[in-house]
Structure formats: structure tokens, C-alpha cells
Design a protein around this ligand. Structure first.
Ligand SMILES: Cc1cc2nc3c(=O)[nH]c(=O)nc-3n(C[C@H](O)[C@H](O)[C@H](O)COP(=O)(O)O)c2cc1C
Length: 333
């Protein structure tokens, strides 16, 4: 049976497949490139509500969406309800269709100021932040969290109930604690428990890296949507495969190595055009390494790419590899 659209207040998200916000990775260029693979919703990298007070060029770039992403959600972090409310008004004015609150980030630079997942140590403050943001904007507000700060303080059901009372319209659960960072495995039983505990759309997140498994996790947990992060990097075709399954079609095969690298070059050139060579070259190293993952003989190329300093030399290396891949005799069936 095909999946159902996700409803976030008046906004219908189809398919119920969302690209996870990833700071330093999912900038507007990447989101616009990945969206056509079949995403129903994209989320900006998280933005500090404090930084929005000053509105530096970099901060404003982070909340810009080219006007190409519809609907788009802008994610904010901070620990002060009034500052978060003010930031929500700014991002709404700048085109956000949805304002998302981050209660999940475990990075020390965020938690040391009580932001991100550190808020989960104080569910009352989470509620105050959610109420302030909901009151500040005329669009739906959502929230993304982890299970709790630590294994002995799993507060996600309590915080989601408070979200429902505060008027939040959907909750994303990354099924790990903050103390886990990225260790261990996301435990989807908690997604199922949350779905049963609250009357809100639930978006399940964590470790989805194969299309059939992703759909099975969604079905078994009762989640209304799924959010994909790391597994899409260098592999946006996973998005198309999941969309196929959500539309009740067999998942399309993954592209051959040469086609993967051709798309990597599109990504590369777009980043250089939009960010300039100086910023794009270092940022694209990690993306290229991921596009190369699993390609036979790519280790040497990856090493050479890590040493290149200009866009032209990197592009030439990748083009050379595509030519070699195409010249290789087809593998006998
Ligand atoms: C490099 C990186 C940056 C991230 N930045 C954010 C962020 O800005 N906001 C957020 O809510 N989560 C952030 N996350 C967490 C992801 O959104 C997601 O919850 C997590 O990676 C688990 O999903 P996955 O297993 O599909 O990757 C980040 C994760 C990574 C790997």
C-alpha cells in the first residue's frame, strides 16, 4: 500500500521523506540538488537564535533557500524562549514555511550554552521555548529531539506531550540519547512508543541506510514519516529508491559508478559557482570521498583528491576516472 502524506498543520508533505538537517553539509546548494531525487521536505542546517540577532552574511545565507525549496523548514537552536521567539519571526519573514526547534544536538559547543539536547535536561524550559516560538509565528512549528540527555533520563514522551500542549505540529525523534552521540544503534522501539503516546505526527530518524529496511522501520513503528541523514551523502539515489517504495513501485537500481561520478561533478560545479572556489573545494572533499565509496580502485583517487587545491584539478581527476570506468570491459554476467 502506498504511504500517506505527512501533514504538518496545513502543510501536506509528499512523500513523507525528509532530508535531515546536517550542519556544515546540507547547505542550500546541496538541498536544492538532492530534493528532486524525491524528498518531500528539506530542513536548513541549524541556526543559532543568538546569531540571528546580529544577522551576519553567513547566518543569513544559512536561512536562505533560493526560493527553490517548497516547503522548507528552518531549524533554530537556543535556550532562551524570548530569543528563540524573535529568531522565529526573522526566519519566518525570510521564507520559512515551518520553524523547527532543535532539542537534539549533542555537540559540546551547543550544549555548553544549554542549547540543543541540553534542553532535554529541563523539560519545563523545552515547553517554555516551544510555547514562545508557537506564539511568535503564523506557520507550523515542529521540534526535533533525541531520547533524552542520557540513558537514565529518557524524557522524550514527556517533552512530546508538552509539545502537543504547546501547539507544536510534528515531532522528529532521533532514537539515541545525547550522551550516545552517534555510538550504538538508533532504537526504533522508542519511535513506536512515542507514536502510541502522543497524538502528533511522528518523524522517525536514525540509521536508515537501505530502502526496504527504512520502509519496514516506518511501518513497524507507525511513524508518519522518515528522515534520512548520513546515508544520503554521496548516495541521493537512496532517496529515489525509498520514494519508489512509498509509491508502491519496485525500487529502481542504483546507478553505475560512472553515472555516480557524473552527478558528483554536477554537485561540485554547482558548489563552486555558488560558494566560490575557496569555500567549495575543501567542503567538496568529503562529498567526493562519499560519492567514491564502494567504487573499485577508488582509494588512490580519493587520496589524490584530498591533496588537490583547485577545482580544475579535482574536476580533471574525476573526469579521468569516469573515462577509465567507461573504457573498462564490461563484467561478464
Ligand atoms: C555532520 C552532521 C551535522 C548535523 N547537524 C544537525 C543539525 O544542524 N540539526 C539537527 O537537528 N541534527 C543534525 N544532525 C543530526 C541529523 O539530523 C540526524 O538526526 C542524525 O544524523 C541521525 O540520522 P542518520 O542516522 O540518518 O544520519 C547532524 C548530523 C551530522 C552527521
Amino acid at each position: 500500500m502506498p504511504a500517506q502524506p505527512l501533514r504538518i498543520g496545513p502543510i501536506e508533505v509528499w512523500p513523507p521523506l525528509i532530508l535531515a538537517p546536517m550542519s556544515g553539509v546540507t547547505n542550500r546548494t546541496m538541498r536544492a540538488l538532492y530534493r528532486p531525487f524525491g524528498l518531500g521536505l528539506t530542513v536548513t542546517e541549524f541556526v543559532s537564535s543568538n546569531a540571528l540577532k546580529y544577522g551576519s552574511r553567513r547566518t543569513m545565507e544559512m536561512i536562505d533557500q533560493h526560493g527553490l525549496e517548497k516547503p522548507v523548514s528552518t531549524q533554530l537552536w537556543g535556550d532562551d524562549p524570548a530569543t528563540m521567539a524573535q529568531a522565529a519571526r526573522v526566519v519566518r519573514e525570510c521564507g520559512a514555511d515551518i520553524v523547527d526547534i532543535n532539542f537534539g544536538c549533542p555537540a559540546p559547543k551547543v550544549t555548553k550554552t544549554n542549547g540543543g539536547s541540553a534542553c532535554l535536561r529541563d523539560p519545563e524550559r523545552c515547553e517554555a521555548i516551544m510555547r514562545a516560538v508557537v506564539a511568535a509565528v503564523d506557520c507550523p512549528v515542529t521540534m526535533k529531539m533525541r531520547l533524552g540527555w542520557s540513558e537514565d533520563a529518557l524524557v522524550y514522551v514527556d517533552v512530546a506531550r508538552r509539545a502537543q500542549q504547546a501547539g507544536v505540529k510534528a515531532v522528529t525523534l532521533h532514537a539515541r540519547t545525547a550522551r550516545q552521540f552517534y555510538r550504538g544503534e538508533a532504537d526504533w522501539q522508542h519511535v513506536a512508543r512515542l507514536k502510541r503516546a502522543v497524538d502528533l505526527p511522528i518523524i522517525g530518524n536514525g540509521d536508515l541506510d537501505e530502502a526496504h529496511v527504512a520502509l519496514e522501520r516506518m511501518r513497524a513503528s507507525g511513524a508518519d514519516a522518515i528522515m534520512l541523514g548520513r546515508a544520503t551523502l554521496g548516495n541521493p539515489w537512496l532517496i529515489s529508491q525509498i520514494r519508489d517504495l512509498m509509491e508502491d513501485r519496485p525500487a529502481r537500481p542504483l546507478p553505475c559508478a560512472a553515472d555516480r561520478l557524473r552527478f558528483a561533478l554536477v554537485h561540485y560545479r554547482t558548489m563552486v559557482d555558488e560558494l566560490g572556489e575557496e569555500r567549495a573545494v575543501p567542503q567538496m572533499r568529503k562529498h567526493l570521498a562519499l560519492y567514491l565509496k564502494g567504487i573499485a580502485g577508488a582509494a588512490l583517487l580519493r587520496e589524490r583528491i584530498m591533496r588537490t587545491t583547485s577545482a580544475a584539478s579535482t574536476i580533471a581527476l574525476v573526469e579521468e576516472t569516469i573515462a577509465l570506468l567507461e573504457a573498462a570491459p564490461p563484467v561478464a554476467a
